[in-house]
Design a protein around this ligand. Structure first.
Ligand SMILES: NC(=O)c1ccc[n+]([C@@H]2O[C@H](COP(=O)([O-])OP(=O)(O)OC[C@H]3O[C@@H](n4cnc5c(N)ncnc54)[C@H](OP(=O)(O)O)[C@@H]3O)[C@@H](O)[C@H]2O)c1
Length: 287
């Protein structure tokens, strides 16, 4: 059972806030199966919850209605949930229209939905189906999420993409996922240029290894914990990240506190890229 995805919210005011919000926010996330409730939340859900706590109105999108319902219970009653697939332009159009109908505009769009490959994808053997699946969600889905939201995004609104540290790292056998995110890194810059005239800032968060369901999706809990331990051992700060730590970066990039920042990617990775994580290309993704 899982959830979510794009969240949008409207006007949040926070007295004494270091971060001031003024608008609709977007995020994505997932609710874990009950057997894994001790695991951390998805990045999208953590972001939706943080924005909600800041007073924003949020809308979320994911493929599974049950998961959305579970996520909505952790948000305010006027939050909007929509079951749809980001690789479907029709679903994106319907979702954005519903958001506009409910909230009147979109002030922040968090383009977060994403999947990893089902196992390694070495160039010698990766299948066309797997290539198309990952790119349809991570790359096409991200691009058209923005396209379908734009008609409802006023001057001064913000877009935050979710990339990954692998868009810069050369990790053998992870080419399909890495390239799908490298394209999103490119969108961040190109769309930021296109949006200058509309006064819409566009940035990305680039998470390192974060404790969410995406790692070890098909593994049992013991194997997932072993993977987390391994990753923690190679991360410069010697720990995995929490979804909330990415959510705070999304909030920063969505708020006026980052008013002079556009077209950039903020690493939320404990130095994993710049301080040489995976030195010697030792990382072995485990599904
Ligand atoms: N966790 C990490 O270590 C890490 C590191 C770098 C980047 N990221 C990126 O962070 C983002 C969030 O991932 P996460 O770690 O929070 O993992 P997650 O728990 O698996 O969340 C991914 C979310 O995307 C949604 N999604 C997937 N395919 C979709 C589709 N076709 N249509 C609509 N929604 C879809 C999922 O919901 P449904 O499956 O229910 O639709 C889920 O809510 C992803 O883009 C991921 O690539 C994560």
């Amino acid at each position: 059972m899982r959830v979510i995805n794009v969240t949008l919210a409207r006007l949040a005011k926070r007295a004494n806030a270091a971060i001031r919000l003024s608008g609709i926010r977007a995020a994505a996330g997932r609710v874990m199966p009950s057997s894994r409730t001790d695991f951390s939340r998805s990045i999208g859900l953590a972001t939706a919850q943080l924005f909600h706590a800041e007073g924003a109105k949020v809308a979320i999108m994911g493929r599974d209605q049950k998961s959305i319902d579970t996520a909505l219970k952790t948000l305010s009653t006027d939050s909007l949930g929509f079951a749809g697939d980001v690789s479907s332009l029709k679903d994106l159009e319907t979702f954005m229209a519903k958001v506009n109908e409910r909230f009147g505009r979109i002030d922040t769009l968090f383009v977060n939905a994403g999947v990893t490959s089902n196992g390694p994808t070495p160039v010698a053997t990766a299948s066309e189906d797997e290539f198309d699946r990952v790119f349809a969600i991570n790359t096409k889905g991200a691009f058209f999420t923005v396209q379908k939201a734009l008609p409802y995004m006023p001057k001064g609104s913000t877009i935050v993409f979710c990339t990954s540290i692998v868009d810069r790292l050369a990790i053998a056998t992870a080419g399909v996922y890495s390239a799908s995110k490298a394209a999103v890194r490119s969108f961040t810059k190109v769309i930021a240029s296109e949006m200058l005239e509309k006064d819409i800032r566009v940035n990305a968060v680039s998470p390192g290894p974060i404790k969410t369901p995406i790692i070890g999706r098909r593994a049992d809990e013991k194997a997932v914990r072993q993977t987390w331990d391994y990753l923690a051992s190679v991360i410069p700060m010697k720990r995995m990240g929490e979804a909330e730590e990415v959510a705070k970066a999304v909030l920063f990039l969505s708020s006026d506190d980052s008013s002079f920042t556009t077209g950039t990617e903020l690493q939320v990775d404990a130095g994993s890229v710049d301080l040489n994580l995976f030195e010697g290309n030792k990382y072995e993704p485990r599904e």
